[in-house]
Design a binder for this molecule. Sequence first.
Ligand code: GRG
Length: 312
Amino acid sequence: ILTAPNPSEGFDFICYMASKAKSINKALNDAVPLGTNPLVLKIREAMRFSLLSNGKRVRPVLCLAACELVGGHESTAMAAACAVEMIHASSLIQDDLPCMDDECLRRGKPTNHKIFGEDVAILTADAFISLAVTHTVAATSENVPPARVLRAVTEMMKAVGTDGLVAGQAADLEGERMRLEENNMGLEHLEFTHVHKTAALLEAAAVMGGILGGGCDEEIERLRSYARCVGLMFQVVDDVLDVTKSSKELGKTTGRDLIAGKLTYPRVMGVEKSREYAEKLNREAWEHLRGFDQDKVAPLLSLADYIVSRQN
Ligand code: GRG
């Protein structure tokens, strides 16, 4: 039986991620120097603390891989990749604040506000949004047409506001309020939350890479659709892992007990259906990238596979 070649087969994804993360970490380090002004030293320290801690760098890798997929060079999208990670850092700091999720730990370390205080944490999150824009504009090569840079920055800022992260967080908070009032938040509300809270920035990362790398509109839209599937899939898998991890911890094997309270995919559609949904999103993600160059598309297909099959 003849089967279509699998472009991600034989591709060393772990090695690829490690090598990309290394160049991204260096660029992030250079993008936020401590500076010499003692009046903003604390903010710069807090920025470096959050930005340089050990995240997976999924969003910047996505941005670089998208740029290379459409024929661009890694360096063309590096500033934008760093900017997307700055927005991500800003959103994590805000998400962890006492008025939001009130978290003490992030990436195995105390959260930004626990170390620097709430006042500094808020200013740090603000400073990241400003730096994401100025850094993309200032540090993207002059050889990239300004119209492309403008289009990329617009995409990034759209992913922050009421069409992106802010909308996702607002919907999440509203869901929490409804839960406390014993109302039921349905699948539509859940999907809206994750499309905005998680998928929007992944979408922006991929689209920015596609724009800066010189992709045509069709290529850019295919990257957008791919990243949206990956973003949703990330959340579905996360919800399933939460349930299966907690049932293992309790010594149960059914995987049917659902986390109390919070509305999740397993709660809405059950664990098995959630797993099937994640697999479907992965197939869709692959489908959106069909027809691209086999070698260049391998990192993005492997990234989708990695997310759907991760165990923690
Ligand atoms: C104005 C930037 C801004 C935000 C305001 C607080 C807020 C609105 C949005 C919160 C968005 C948020 C924290 C979404 C969760 C996204 C998510 C899946 C985080 C985990 O991502 P990973 O696994 O984390 O890539 P690492 O640590 O590896 O980077």
